[in-house]
Ligand binder design. Sequence first.
Ligand SMILES: Cc1cc2nc3c(=O)[nH]c(=O)nc-3n(C[C@H](O)[C@H](O)[C@H](O)COP(=O)(O)OP(=O)(O)OC[C@H]3O[C@@H](n4cnc5c(N)ncnc54)[C@H](O)[C@@H]3O)c2cc1C
Length: 436
Amino acid sequence: MSEPVDVDVIVVGAGPAGSAAALTLARSGRSVVLLERGPFPGSKNMYGGVIYGRVLDRLVPEWITEAPIQRWVTRRSTMMMTSTQALTIDYRTESWGEKPYNGATAYRPDFDSWLASKAVEAGATLVTSTTATGLLRDEGGKICGVSTDRPDGDLRAKMVIACDGVNSFLAKEAGLYHHGGVEHFTLGAKETLSLPKSVIDDRFGVRGNHGVDIEILGATPGLAGGGFVYTNLDSISVGIVVSLSDLQTAKVRPEELIANLKAHPAIAPLVEGADVAEYSAHLIPEGGYKTMPELYTDRMLVAGDAACMCLAAGLWLEGVNFAIGAGEIAAQMAIEAVRDGDVSAQKLSGYQRRLEESFVLADHRKLADAPEFILGDRMQNQYPKVICDAVEAMFTVSNPTPKAGLSQHMKAAASKHGVKIRHLLKDARTASKLFG
Ligand SMILES: Cc1cc2nc3c(=O)[nH]c(=O)nc-3n(C[C@H](O)[C@H](O)[C@H](O)COP(=O)(O)OP(=O)(O)OC[C@H]3O[C@@H](n4cnc5c(N)ncnc54)[C@H](O)[C@@H]3O)c2cc1C
């Protein structure tokens, strides 16, 4: 590559993927510009949100003491609900509240700004309030930088890493955009509700900076999706994730779904008297491994949500750690390619291989069938009713009738809700293959 360049690598988007990439590049001595359209990193970003920070152990070892977290999650509940019932598997452990920790609630404007500041400390140039509007190409048609919305805003580089999130215009322009349609996207919407810390501690049964993560199946009746409740220090996040196509068909507003969730008998006492401090919504690329685009082309890589790397697999909703992992690996690939003077697609195919060897694509590959399974009708609409009814029957003392066993109650509930035993067995096998 002989054309003059302004910088070795341009990273577009200062979310977790972009900042991890810029940090890795800057540390290796490469010149890197990190472009962010918002006035500061994280200003445009929302999520549930729990961050699983172990991915930072090597990249930013001081994350445990430095990252702006709200609470360490020491209690993780999985709830299944119908309109009047709820069954919760509630797990708590003190070990997640001490080193090496597991997940932590955090506000994205705080967290994203912090991670970007690590990249800047390492030598990256962060340019905010600047949108990359397209790809620049040289006379041979090869990518050679990005155009921006600044006057004289063209920026030339040896490579571009697109970390510009779920609607990545750059990935689309480069022909590296997800396979599949609207059915592979969900809309996440949440309210942040203010409550005094002492009230949150009492209602959720935690102390100090320990917190709770509640994931909910059956929170969006009749629509594929789920719900969540997370504790921050003096606020709680309550939200839903719902299939975009179902939302369009049902013509229901996400705010109504959140209002219904907050009114549910299992949730209402947790949120009673809380003021809505903020409402936000964002798309999630839920299709997973099967809908991922090509991840590289000549002189360009794609990482994070821009490449559908958010893991939305029922039991897990993890995107930040996958974005950080992918951003770091993209940067390592770019460092090697720039060093060797070979930024061709063939050279950059090593990015895909490295991702496949890492947790990023290993987890996605293992759970490739999970999105379809979790968002399927039986899992969404029938099983919460079957399981809640069976458990209710199990614990309802039916004297003078003698007690029946759980399998009898399950059969009765399955038949009442139109679930065939062969479906139950088939789904149990699928679940055990995916999560076992
Ligand atoms: C409701 C909801 C709940 C979630 N819950 C969780 C959770 O609890 N835990 C978890 O780990 N993940 C969660 N996720 C997923 C997680 O938020 C994403 O997977 C993660 O943010 C992806 O990081 P990223 O860096 O790839 O993209 P983003 O975080 O979207 O960052 C992209 C950045 O690029 C910038 N940008 C976009 N276009 C341009 C442009 N043209 N020029 C310049 N800048 C641009 C944006 O402003 C943004 O800063 C949730 C998502 C949603 C919506």
